[in-house]
Write a protein that binds this ligand. Sequence first.
Ligand SMILES: [Zn+2]
Length: 290
Amino acid sequence: MEPTAQLAPGVEQSTVGDNTNVLTEEDVYCPACGYNLRALVSDRCPECALDVAFIKSAESLLPWVHRARVGRLRAYLVTVWMVVFRTQRFCLEMSRPVGERDARAFRRITVLLAFLPFPLLTLALAMLRPDGFDAVLHFGGPGYLAVMHAAVLAAILSVTGVPYYVIRHKEVDLARQLRAAALSLYCCAPLSIMGAAVVFAVGGVAASRLANRDWDLALYSVALGIFVVLMVIVLFDVQRVIWWMLRETGSALAVNVKLCLFWCLSVFLSLVAFPAAAAYGVILYYSLRA
Ligand SMILES: [Zn+2]
């Protein structure tokens, strides 16, 4: 038999036998059925009888939230680990308040870590293959290089930012929608390892000086493989967040269609339309000068 759930509305803290339940001022939801566990004096959800002792505190278990105490680097690394390898525990955070400012700070750092390897790759190209670098410069000048880097940055910002605006569903409680949206900002965590892909790409650039072209192709392939795997993990994490948000509501089709559309559109705008517009502007400028 499941213990009978007891509700004590308005009570700050209460004790049942040996079990002290600290009740929260915040709305904390049952991860299985979405029942509001605020002021609950039992370890069982009254709606579905799930053992909710682990979720009843409103204090976040996301390591990044506790970075002031555990240190930024450690908090960041453990959060990346949690998002990538402990996805279910990460998604359970939807049951309690998710700090949006923390999530945005985490995303800013991740975007930076994902982007910085690209200028370093360009630098490596300039140093290891000056002939290739000069060819790129002759093609469009330094402005072309700057635009390409801006395009990559815009693409990273789009991919990591779009889910925040798309993860909405009118049948889901607004607080839960906002928590899911804030959690989606953490889903970019795998991109922090982008440097690994770029290390192999730099290796490929270095190996392209060799007479045997097998090595550079192999290294480029590994770089591409790592990039694809990281992107797949991001997609998987966002999917999990959507699934958890819609657990009681059902179909995620509408959200997913919207997500795919906006992702494709934003990547197209970043990597194709924006550089094309820049090139068009340059052509107009030179046509006027001539
Ligand atoms: Zn429940």
